[in-house]
Design a binder for this molecule. Structure first.
Ligand code: NAP
Length: 219
């Protein structure tokens, strides 16, 4: 229980599902109450093993503060999971500029900022980073051009960073699952989602597979 794992976007959905016991966990999201609830569900919140932090990944100052707070209360971060993300699906011609900016800032810039902040300690002690992408970032999808761009950029970023820091014993992986039932997908039509999945079904148990996959990335 000595290793510290920071999960940005850990309050709900994929980030929450991949959180597992065996680490000192930092559960991070903008909504502190939700993050606290998630940390509490993982148990031992009041022992200080799992703590919740409020942070907007799109704000550098917030990210830096969160890393300082994590260091103070949990210790240096060994593992970083970037699962904070937003989507604002619409055809490009109907997409507001502010929605473009928020998707790029959260999904792409946010992961860059957390990785940059993590480097300060990981460069000395090593570490492992998992960036959560989506298959749409590789394939593209109608109505998701900006979301796809933010996620496609994350692949390039992760691959380049992996090459940059491998000699410092820092591993950077990116996982790109298909659609998963979460708050993010609750308004999408299930039939449309199923058509894009070879097995034709959308199940939460995919999260268990993802958790194992991410565990492999850590070791
Ligand atoms: P979700 O259920 O909506 O959860 C999103 C998480 O990100 C929440 O914890 C949310 O908390 C946090 N978040 C959002 N904006 C943030 C910000 N600016 N700063 C900090 N935290 C922020 O979404 P999800 O489906 O689990 O998606 C998680 C990640 O997996 C995303 O990057 C998504 O693109 C990717 N993904 C999703 C699917 C899918 O089908 N659902 C499939 C593959 C990959 P707050 O709102 O409180 O900040």
């Amino acid at each position: 229980m000595n290793k510290v794992c920071a999960i940005f976007g850990g309050s709900r959905g994929i980030g929450r599902a991949v959180a597992q016991k065996g680490y000192r966990l930092a559960i991070i999201s903008r909504n502190l109450e939700m993050a606290r609830a998630a940390a509490g569900d993982l148990g031992a919140h009041n022992t200080g093993n799992h703590l919740a932090f409020s942070c907007d990944v799109a704000k550098e100052h917030d990210v830096q503060n969160t890393f300082e707070e994590m260091k103070k209360h949990l210790g240096q971060v060994n593992f970083l999971v970037n699962a904070a993300g937003v989507n604002r699906d619409s055809l490009l011609v109907r997409t507001k500029t502010e929605d473009m900016i928020s998707q790029l800032n959260t999904n792409l810039l946010g992961s860059m900022l957390t990785c940059k902040a993590a480097m300060r300690t990981m460069i000395q002690q090593g570490g492992s980073i998992v960036n959560v992408d989506i298959i749409i970032g590789l394939k593209g999808n109608s109505g998701q051009s900006v979301y796809s761009t933010s996620k496609g950029g994350l692949v390039g970023f992760s691959r380049a960073l992996a090459k940059e820091v491998a000699r410092k014993k820092i591993r950077v992986n990116v996982v790109a699952p298909g659609f998963v039932h979460t708050d993010m997908t609750k308004d999408l039509k299930e039939e449309e989602l199923k058509n894009s999945i070879p097995l034709g079904r959308l199940k939460l148990f995919l999260l268990k597979l993802l958790r194992w996959h991410m565990q492999l990335c850590f070791f």
